[in-house]
Design a protein around this ligand. Sequence first.
Ligand SMILES: NC(=O)c1ccc[n+]([C@@H]2O[C@H](COP(=O)([O-])OP(=O)(O)OC[C@H]3O[C@@H](n4cnc5c(N)ncnc54)[C@H](OP(=O)(O)O)[C@@H]3O)[C@@H](O)[C@H]2O)c1
Length: 292
Amino acid sequence: MSFVGFIGLGLMGKPMASRLLKAGYEVVVHNRSPKPVEELVALGALPASSPREVAERSEFIITMLPDNPDVRSVIAGTNGVIEGVRKGMVVIDMSTISPSLVRELHKMLADKDVDLLDAPVSGSTMAAEAGTLTIMVGGKQEAYERALPLFRAMGDKIFYMGDPGMGAYTKLCNQIAVGLNLLATCEVLLLAKKVGLDQQKVIEVLSTGAGNSWQLTTLGPRIIKRDFRPGFKVQHLRKDLRIIREIAEQLGLPLIGISSVAELVKALDQKGHGTDGTQSLITLLEELAGMG
Ligand SMILES: NC(=O)c1ccc[n+]([C@@H]2O[C@H](COP(=O)([O-])OP(=O)(O)OC[C@H]3O[C@@H](n4cnc5c(N)ncnc54)[C@H](OP(=O)(O)O)[C@@H]3O)[C@@H](O)[C@H]2O)c1
């Protein structure tokens, strides 16, 4: 029986930790607020009071946190994972963060003979619940192979991408497609509404042709129902696009399309939609179009 630590039990982390419990692992859980810890303890998880304690009681440690500063403080801060690890352990960060931070933490943990894998995911809360996430992994191949049974409990499309940071880069590539397809979905529905088309029928038609996307078929119907509850929060997409633009700047890449989406998503967050789902982007476009 392996003990797996899980830190960060939000929209994604909670169902992912549940999948590990269902697969028969002993799961040691920690979160900033207590409610999701209580919910998982009711399902058989073991509570821990700090990231350090999670590390002391586990063989593998998974983190699923919002942004770079959260991952840095949970892994490398006071009472952090790094204070509780032992030689030979594997830490797996599944959040979407900067590849440069992945490499920095990889080096810090390597100095303690501990491996770090960057293993961000795609597929939303529904895929997290169903155990059908796409998982893209960077880090040492030997550590990847040791962690594979855990990935298989949470996902069914698992890819080894290479050195530390390559999982994180793959996820950022994914987020370029997510951002642009989200904007495309909103613009499709805006035009359809303006000219009096049946928006649902437009989604049906486009989903059979070359204009199809996950954003269109999953978030399109929620936009029509004005269901803006979060699967993926605006504030997290803003963070992903910020990281992409920082990298584009460093590399001199003209990422023009996704930079426009980044500005729109920033404005949406600043208007108070940070914890809404990303499909709420439609409200900003409607306002710009005088259709709000
Ligand atoms: N949602 C999606 O569809 C999706 C899909 C793929 C990837 N992602 C990425 O996965 C990551 C997590 O996303 P999410 O949607 O699950 O976010 P979320 O719902 O905001 O959850 C984040 C969790 O981390 C906890 N947390 C924050 N700081 C902490 C700390 N210092 N110590 C312990 N726990 C802490 C939060 O606790 P509180 O309860 O106190 O807030 C919350 O439970 C993000 O990087 C996101 O970009 C999300």
